[in-house]
Design a protein around this ligand. Sequence first.
Ligand SMILES: Cc1cc2nc3c(=O)[nH]c(=O)nc-3n(C[C@H](O)[C@H](O)[C@H](O)COP(=O)(O)O)c2cc1C
Length: 249
Amino acid sequence: MLKQSVGFNSLALGTFALITALLLAGTHLGTQDKIAAAERHAAEKALLEIIPRERHNNDMLIDTVPVPRNLWDKLGLTHGGLVNIARLNGRIEALIIPAVAADGYSGDIKLIAGVNRDGTLAGVRVLAHTETPGLGDKIDLKKSQWMLGFNGKSLSSPQPSGWRVKKDGGDFDQFTGATITPRAVVTQVHKVLEYYAEEGQRLIKADEAAKLGETTIKEGETIKVSETIKVNETIKVDETMISPGARNE
Ligand SMILES: Cc1cc2nc3c(=O)[nH]c(=O)nc-3n(C[C@H](O)[C@H](O)[C@H](O)COP(=O)(O)O)c2cc1C
């Protein structure tokens, strides 16, 4: 009798524990989905704020390239990320680069920074952060205009020594009683510009070379090929194969 009762109680307890665990897991997954959806929505809104409709006519949300693995650290990304491309009639106008400033006051500050083709900043926005309300949260445009101070800045303007908050001798304002947050953001945005100078410009060149590969060779143009090609065969052509001046004739 006693054995039966212990068995029943154990089974009831086990079932209860299992249901509780499943409910907790479900809530956790649901919350994660909601957070991811909110971040996605913030990213879509921020992309259009940085590169408005008159500056692009592609779908920036699907026109993306992954950040190469060896450059994740530079952007503070632990799980990688996607660069969104803004194009006007096929030509790349700007890249919107994701980054994380991990040395804020309390945890990761997720950013996106739009860099124009000429290397100037089109705009920077915070997608998510947990900085202290009233102190570090002035990085949010809803709270202050501080983020707009990056517009038009580049690797050469200000000079590298200016890419710090004023308290550290640089050009950027800190907040009253809060230097850690703006310091982290300024440092990370500068790294985004370095990323653009290295990888962004390479991407733009490769994009253009690929397009050149799709162009039709006009009558009278000379191209150099290293292998025999058949009549009507489609080949990829790059700039180095076209004889100098042929395009301008
Ligand atoms: C409860 C609490 C919350 C704080 N939150 C922030 C914050 O979100 N961002 C920030 O930069 N500083 C924050 N501070 C202030 C920093 O501790 C630090 O004093 C300030 O950023 C100045 O840094 P500095 O000495 O490097 O100039 C907070 C301080 C306290 C006590």
